[in-house]
Design a protein around this ligand. Structure first.
Ligand code: KG4
Ligand code: ZN
Length: 333
């Protein structure tokens, strides 16, 4: 079975081909980050228009890389939500129209299911069941993943997502959008312990998160210091922010493993690329004897491969692909 995957929920256009027997055959991605950077965030209308420009060239690139023809495709999987409605509509219209023309069925996929299953694209994939820590620009969730399609929400953020907290704090420290990775780099030059920021909900006993207070604490720090151009200050503040958020993500992940009795943790979403988070989780895994899996770095952020994979696994788990032609998205799914 050859599945074409289409991702367009936010500011990345991703197209991929996944074969149920051979695995990932080819994938191509275009990131709009540079286009949105000058506005300090994603501009939905620009995102939609750019997806329109990218989908066909990316599809051609994937076909050329793989040596496959459109006629070889058995079904088209695409992100139906959650995400920006205009951006989602581009991927949906493209996927549904293509499938209709090819007389093939479609598989609408939940974007977060794509992230959850993305570590299965790696050479050493986790086995079910596992706990998943999903940390992206839009979501922060802990899930129990028992099988494909069998997910239980254990906890989530009550306000900002982890990536959003990274990006907002980065902005307060004068870094351009999206500042998560830049803040992390800046933090490497910082002195640990010079500032201490709050660890929101660390001892709440449940598996929920709250990050808006942490962002406010960074704002207060910047105001109190007065000179936000001071390099040492910025690095030390970035370091304090990263230490606080990583500690909360670590402790809640450990609590989720304890509460579920599971011994495998999967980390997915853009913040999963964070080096300090990975180092802390790896050290805890060694100490406490659990395994931690990460998607390949290129599949941490949004991509088409995880959507093709999720569609394929869903089909194998008995999901029925729909006849093409339903142009509906679920931005708040
Ligand atoms: O999963 P993703 O690509 O998109 C969403 O679905 O949101 O995640 C993007 C988020 C952004 O907030 C970005 O700043 C953050 O992931 N991010 C990082 C790092 N790389 C990306 N945050 C912290 N450290 C990083 N190295
Ligand atoms: Zn995402």
């Amino acid at each position: 079975m050859l599945i074409l995957g289409v991702e367009s929920s936010c500011d990345e256009t991703g197209i991929a081909l996944y074969d149920s027997a051979a695995g990932l055959v080819a994938h191509a991605l275009h990131s709009q980050v540079a286009m949105h950077a000058e506005y300090g965030g994603v501009v939905p209308e620009l995102a939609s228009r750019d997806h329109i420009r990218r989908v066909v060239p990316l599809l051609r690139s994937v076909l050329a890389q793989s040596g496959k023809a459109l006629a070889d495709v058995d079904a088209v999987a695409y992100t139906r939500g959650p995400g920006l409605s205009g951006a989602l509509l581009v991927g949906c219209a493209f996927a549904e129209a293509l499938a209709l023309a090819l007389d093939k069925p479609t598989l609408p996929v939940h974007h977060l299911e794509g992230h959850l299953l993305s570590p299965l694209l790696s050479a050493d994939p986790p086995t079910f069941p596992f706990v998943a820590l999903l940390v992206s620009g839009g979501h922060t969730q802990l899930m129990r993943v028992s099988a494909v399609g069998d997910y239980e929400l254990l906890g989530e953020t009550l306000d900002d997502a982890a990536g959003e907290a990274f990006d907002k704090s980065a902005k307060l420290l004068g870094l351009p959008y999206p500042g998560g990775a830049l803040l992390s780099k800046l933090a490497e030059a910082g002195t640990p312990g010079r500032f201490s920021l709050p660890r929101p909900m660390l001892h709440s006993g449940d598996l929920n998160f709250s990050f808006s207070g942490l962002k406010t604490a960074v704002l207060t720090l910047v105001r109190e210091h007065g000179d936000s151009a001071d390099e040492n200050f910025r690095a030390d503040a970035a370091c304090a922010f990263q230490e606080a958020i990583v500690e909360v993500l670590l402790k809640k992940s450990l609590l989720a493993l304890k509460q579920t009795g599971l011994q495998r943790l999967v980390v997915a979403g853009g913040v999963g690329a964070n080096r300090q988070l990975r180092a802390s989780l790896d050290a805890a895994a060694k100490r406490k004897r659990f395994r931690v899996h990460y998607p390949e770095l290129e599949f941490c952020t949004d991509n088409g491969a995880m959507i093709a994979l999720a569609g394929c696994l869903r089909l194998q788990a008995g999901a029925v692909a729909k006849p093409a032609g339903s142009f509906a998205v679920q931005p708040r799914w």
